[in-house]
Write a protein that binds this ligand. Structure first.
Ligand code: SF4
Length: 380
């Protein structure tokens, strides 16, 4: 018979002989006050945190929530955060743009970005009067790192008569050099809009080659693409999907459009992280394969009890730099503040505003692709 371990009852190694936990190292105790305030939250993460681990987690949750109240702060938790961050301390949860828009609506004075650096920059662009903190400055992104503002200026010199669309996964410097931003939910709509506005049949799209190819399948506009890739999504292949389907008959396969086109060709649905999350609910499926970052499946699973998730996991090493520990440290010490020079911020905001002015997507993204998508897209 399984032994039930109560909270706080772990192994019997004397305290003097074991290494202190991250909470103990910061003098954060799992005492009666912490227990009373947090133990009801354990149910939210019971599939990911064992009862033995909880006494090391709960003090962080308790003290982060106290610091948030004291400093009038909110935490923006991206869908790729681990469940302890996402479920236990996130005030707003979602994809990068949803989070930035929520941030702009709050009265909070401080934003802690539980996500990567370009997301914190987007929050600062939209909320210049708030203090934006990133708990680990090394939380980057392979897409954002693939291109610089100087690269975009060279592209502009080479194609002066074509508009440049940037995916939101870019630095403020890059956004400032582009005409409009897009997300994975509205990319085709943005491409068609900017082509009509400039009266051209070709649009430049940076930095994600695969998003550009997948969008090209959804529009007649020709696309010139940058060769950046998301290091998480580029690892999936169409062959992976065929193997998963064989092993899990009846499962629906949902993929992010940062995956290569052959993945989307095999998938049942593709969309942004928020669209994937909605699709799990709306499909009524009992077995789901999510082809995206690992923690996304964990977080969607917590909201969909009874749905079985097959997890062909790829972790984003940048997202995983953010933890309860460094969120606590960031709030305590008000480090690391993210700033954007005002001349860059205003131009980057203009590109974001141009997208926001379009309103919600006019049609559901349709990323089903064929071989012709490779003829329809030219690389820079
Ligand atoms: S999952 Fe990909 S796109 Fe998202 S932060 Fe990580 S590397 Fe960047």
């Amino acid at each position: 018979m399984a032994r039930v371990i109560e909270f706080g009852q772990g192994c019997d190694i004397p305290a003097a002989r074991r290494r202190p936990s991250a909470a103990e190292a910061r003098d954060l105790a799992y005492n009666d006050e912490v227990k009373a305030a947090t133990d009801h939250l354990y149910a939210l993460v019971r599939d990911f945190i064992t009862p033995m681990e909880w006494p090391a987690v709960a003090p962080f949750v308790f003290h982060i929530n106290k610091l948030k109240a004291a400093k009038n702060a909110v935490i923006l938790a991206h869908n790729y955060m681990t469940p302890d961050v996402f479920q236990l301390v996130g005030d707003f949860r979602g994809d990068s743009l949803q989070l930035a828009r929520e941030a702009a609506r709050t009265d909070a004075k401080v934003i802690v970005q539980a996500g990567v650096h370009f997301m914190a920059e987007t929050s600062k662009i939209l909320c210049p009067d708030k203090t934006v903190l990133i708990p680990d400055t090394r939380a980057g992104c392979s897409l954002a790192a693939s291109i610089t503002g100087a690269d975009v200026r060279l592209i502009r010199q080479r194609y002066p008569n074509l508009p440049i669309v940037t995916y939101v996964n870019t630095t403020a410097d890059v956004k400032a050099e582009c005409d409009i931003t897009c997300t994975s939910s509205n990319a085709a709509q943005v491409v068609e809009h900017i082509a009509a506005e400039w009266d051209v049949d070709t649009v430049i799209m940076v930095p994600d080659e695969f998003l550009a190819r997948n969008v090209a399948a959804n529009t007649d506009i020709k696309i010139i693409a940058w060769e950046g890739h998301c290091e998480v999504h580029e690892k999936f292949s169409g062959e992976d999907v065929r193997q998963i389907r064989e092993a899990h008959p009846g499962a629906i396969v949902l993929a992010h459009p940062e995956c290569p086109p052959d993945v989307l060709e095999e998938a049942d649905f593709a969309g942004s992280t928020s669209a994937l999350s909605n699709q799990v609910k709306e499909s009524g499926a009992r077995k789901v394969v999510l082809l995206t970052e690992c923690s996304m499946s964990d977080n969607v699973a917590a909201d969909n009890p009874g749905v079985e998730f097959v997890k062909p996991c790829n972790l984003c090493p940048h997202m995983k730099r953010i933890s309860l520990e460094n969120i606590y440290d960031a709030l305590l010490t008000m480090k690391h503040e993210v700033t954007v020079p005002e001349n860059v911020r205003l131009r980057a905001k203009a590109a974001i505003d141009a997208m926001l002015a379009l309103g919600p997507p006019t049609r559901a993204p349709n990323f089903k692709v064929g071989a012709d998508v490779y003829a329809h897209v030219q690389l820079i």
